[in-house]
Design a protein around this ligand. Structure first.
Ligand code: URA
Length: 232
């Protein structure tokens, strides 16, 4: 078995354990992980095994009320096989209008940070949010919205298979890690999100508000680069 297939099998077993506990739940394995196939098995449902097809499958979502107020569903953008996945909390007004994450002022700053580590949103990076639709007045995601939307994110991660996830800001960090902690407590640690290493750093909008956050953010991104380049 190749190391990629054993990694997939390991993730499948981890997900199975999360869903069903220690009892082994058996499903035909050939449809689960194959990128060449059309479908895979995730969270009790068959879903597309290709990122573009997956977008088509979920972009008309009406599972929560945000489906009624959004202008555009913001699936995410970037390299479908990226090693680095950046996750914000939810689309803002500009993102809602254009259907792309991080396109406002904070997004422009994020592009500069990525350029400083030799990447871009097209090059080995995938950017998305925990929620795919904008909460009214940019309020924080509600737990009920996260509960309904998170399986989309988990399936995106399953398809992209990033080496590292970076949660942008306290809200994204605490929502993914299911903790109530300040950013400082989550920063500087290698966490785990469904089998993928995860780091929490400042949200680029916070850097626009307080430039004092820029040096520690740069320290985080140097660490991120070293992880991606296999130096640790
Ligand atoms: N802030 C976020 O968390 N996500 C976006 O897409 C834009 C701003």
């Amino acid at each position: 078995m190749s190391s990629e297939s054993s990694e997939d099998l390991f993730r499948y077993l981890e997900q199975t354990r999360e869903l069903f506990g220690d009892e082994l739940y058996h499903r035909p394995p050939e449809s689960f992980v194959s990128d060449s196939g059309d479908q895979s098995f995730e969270s009790g449902q068959y879903t597309s095994a290709n990122l573009d097809k997956y977008r088509e499958e979920i972009q008309s979502c009406q599972k929560c009320l945000l489906g009624e107020t959004r202008q555009k569903f913001v699936f995410g953008v970037g390299d479908p096989h990226a090693n680095l996945m950046l996750i914000g909390e939810a689309p803002g007004a500009e993102e809602d209008k254009l259907g792309e994450p991080f396109v406002g002022r904070a997004g422009k700053l994020l592009d500069k940070i990525l350029a400083a580590i030799g990447r871009s949103r097209e090059k080995d990076v995938f950017i998305c949010n925990v929620l795919k639709c904008r909460p009214p007045k940019n309020r924080d995601p509600l737990p009920s919205e996260v509960e309904l939307c998170e399986s989309y994110l988990i399936h995106q991660i399953h398809l992209i298979k990033p080496k590292l996830i970076v949660a942008l800001g306290r809200v994204a960090g605490k929502t993914l890690l299911k903790v109530e902690e300040p950013l400082k407590a989550m920063r500087g640690k290698l966490h785990d999100y469904h089998g993928t290493p995860l780091i929490v750093t400042y949200h680029p909008a916070a850097l626009l508000r307080n430039s004092g956050f820029k040096p520690p953010t740069w320290e985080d991104f140097k660490w991120i680069r070293s992880i991606l380049e296999g130096e640790q």
